[in-house]
Write a protein that binds this ligand. Structure first.
Ligand SMILES: Cc1ncc(COP(=O)(O)O)c(C=O)c1O
Ligand SMILES: N[C@H](C=O)CCC(=O)O
Length: 425
């Protein structure tokens, strides 16, 4: 038995499924998950000392590459001064100011400790601010594991074929309307019927939890105008895309401004930080100013915030996103070319530092098209890449992530390996 398999067996004795978040368990691709011992730049090393080029990047946060020296130093310095105070700090003001300055929709921002907390709080705020009950979400989008959002969700729920969770009473989701992503006619119909009671529409403005699916022309603009017309709030869940798709998230790329935005992942630089923010008049409905309650013992944790601030500082360097987008595009185009040359129906797409890999002839824009991608072929590709030292997300329904440490050599090595693997599947 390999060391990874041994550790997995041991983990299964004390941790449900051997993991602390389901997709990590490799259940949809088979085999033992790799237990990661350390990471540096574009690489991770497992418990057997095998090195992998990493395209998971901690599911998005590792945008600078792993263990960037400036981030590690910021964390060490902050930790030396104390791990947590449960009282305000200067660093919290600095990170709030950095977010407000860069994300177009955000006048005021509240820090939390995860993406789930951010979306859960934003939904409560939207309901509190509008006095309405219903929320609209889209099939295949994942917004964390708050009860009202665990319906027809993406990511692990889609991967394991249980897109609606057990343990959520029907009463908790009776107000959640689930529609088709990229179908604005369905949203128009929902507003025509329930417009007076829709508090908000929550959307991943580029979906990254059913593989990568970009919004078609007019979709986000349509959501914006329907929400404005009916007095509902538009929430962009930019937990994944924030500071990842571009320097101002998808809202900066499209010019569509939501009322509220949720963030996490990159803003914590690998530490647990989430945030929700938006128009000042809405954000001022939160306690202690307003009636919508929201709180957190470790919110704005000084060590986590230090990692986030150091990361945001480096992301502001001129040309950062041009380089990141170019490297990611090089990977996506290179994979598409290698697949074509090998006669395999596979293509890839990218935006900023995110990419999607589709075992189909064309890039999908609808959930149904994503569902029809060849999962069996993906599994073969995944294991072929893994054996040769490339660590992809262990699911056909997750986006991939490139970092600033993925230089030309790393991308070329990936493409060379992909060519060998594609020729054999
Ligand atoms: C778009 C989106 N929203 C929310 C979440 C939930 O974030 P977290 O896992 O930090 O709770 C995730 C990822 O898990 C995500 O990708
Ligand atoms: N797709 C999820 C987050 O973006 C993957 C993270 C997880 O569920 O562990």
């Amino acid at each position: 038995m390999t060391r990874n398999a041994e550790l997995f067996e041991r983990a299964c004795q004390s941790i449900p499924g051997g993991v602390n978040s389901p997709v990590r368990a490799f259940r949809s691709v088979g085999g033992a998950p790799r237990f990661i011992q350390r990471a540096q730049g574009a690489h991770v090393w497992d418990a057997e000392g095998n090195r992998y080029i990493d395209y998971v990047g901690s599911w998005g946060p590792a945008i600078l590459g792993h263990a960037h020296p400036d981030v590690i130093k910021a964390v060490q310095d902050a930790a030396t001064g104390g791990l947590s105070f449960g009282a305000p700090t200067l660093a919290e003001i600095e990170i709030a100011e950095a977010i407000v300055a860069r994300i177009p929709s955000i006048d005021k921002v509240r820090l939390v400790s995860s993406g789930t907390e951010a979306t859960m709080s934003a939904i409560r705020l939207a309901r509190g601010a509008t006095g309405r009950n219903k929320i609209v979400k889209f099939e295949g989008c994942y917004h964390g594991h708050a009860d009202s959002l665990l319906v027809k969700a993406g990511s692990g729920m889609l991967t394991f074929g249980n897109p609606t969770s057990a343990g959520v009473p029907p009463e908790f989701i009776q107000h959640t309307l689930v529609l088709d992503y990229n179908r604005i006619d369905a949203v128009e119909a929902a507003f025509a019927e329930y417009g007076h009671d829709i508090a908000c529409v929550i959307v991943e403005p580029v979906a990254g939890n059913m593989n990568l699916v970009k919004p078609v022309a007019g979709f986000l603009e349509g959501l914006r105008s329907l929400c404005s017309q009916h007095g509902a709030l538009l929430i962009f869940d930019e937990v994944m895309t924030g500071f990842r798709a571009g320097p101002q998230g998808v809202q900066g790329l499209t010019g569509v401004t939501p009322d509220l935005t949720t963030l996490a992942k990159v803003i914590g630089g690998g530490m647990p930080v989430g945030a929700f923010g938006g128009r000042a008049d809405i954000m001022e409905q939160i306690a202690p100013l307003g009636p919508v309650y929201q709180a957190g013992t470790l919110s704005g944790n000084p060590v986590a915030v230090a990692a986030g601030l150091a990361t945001l500082k480096l992301l502001a360097e001129p040309g950062f996103y041009d380089r990141l987008s170019a490297q990611t595009r090089k990977l996506a185009d290179g994979l598409t070319e290698r697949a074509r040359a090998a006669g395999v129906s596979m293509c890839a797409d990218s935006i900023g530092g995110m990419f999607g890999l589709y075992f189909s002839d064309s890039v999908p824009t609808l959930f149904d098209e994503v569902s029809r991608c060849d999962v069996e072929k993906f599994k073969k590709f995944f294991h072929g890449m893994l054996i040769h030292g490339v660590y992809l997300a262990p699911s056909a329904f997750e986006a991939g992530f490139v970092s600033a440490a993925h230089d030309d050599g790393v991308i070329q090595e990936t493409l060379d390996i992909a060519q060998q693997v594609l020729e054999k599947i």
